[in-house]
Design a protein around this ligand. Structure first.
Ligand code: RP5
Length: 172
């Protein structure tokens, strides 16, 4: 595998089930990535070190998933100018609303692009990373265009099924 250009960071191993969605998309698009588990509060030095060294190691986009008082994406963004995409994880009794606000509500000056809570957010984070990379990568740009075309085919097929169900329903 060639050198990673995307870093997937998660606050705990318990976030993996959600963050696997990011990994799946990057794998499907053939984008090399690395994964690290590090916490803003449990391992702050390790988190800082990772964020500080990411750019010089060739990482171009960072995807950060964390739950509860999720300051991980903001802390990472504070230590690098690489675009940071945050994924709020629904790992708490507040179902991720806590993580959503913590990730989204960054004070001015240090942006974190925040996705939806949970699996959809993790998937979109990877797609968004690919959109950024595709600006300077024609091959990836083509793959994104094809991905979108595939969606059109899938939705049209789904609509056909709905039309059939509707016909049955109206004939009842
Ligand atoms: C956050 O706290 C992690 O991102 C995780 O979503 C949540 C719970 O972590 P564990 O107690 O499961 O390690 O830091």
């Amino acid at each position: 595998m060639s050198k990673p250009v995307v870093g997937i960071i998660m606050g705990s191993d318990s976030d993996f089930e959600i963050m696997k969605e990011s990994a799946k998309v990057l794998k499907d698009f053939g984008v090399p990535f690395e994964v690290i588990v590090t916490s803003a509060h449990r391992t702050p030095e390790r988190t800082f070190e990772y964020a500080k060294s990411a750019k010089e190691r060739g990482i171009k986009v960072l995807i950060v998933g964390a739950g509860m008082a999720a300051h991980l994406a903001g802390v990472i963004a504070a230590k690098t100018v690489i675009p940071v995409i945050g994924v709020p994880i629904n790992s708490s009794s507040l179902n991720g609303i806590d993580a959503l606000y913590s990730t989204l509500q960054m004070p001015s000056g240090i942006p974190v692009g925040t996705m939806a809570i949970g699996k959809a957010g993790a998937k979109n984070a990877a797609l968004y990373a690919i959109h950024i990379l595709a600006l300077s990568d024609k091959e990836l740009d083509k793959k994104l265009e094809d991905y979108r075309k595939d969606f059109e085919r899938i939705v049209i097929e789904r609509e056909k099924k709905v039309q059939e169900k509707l016909k049955d329903f109206l004939n009842e």
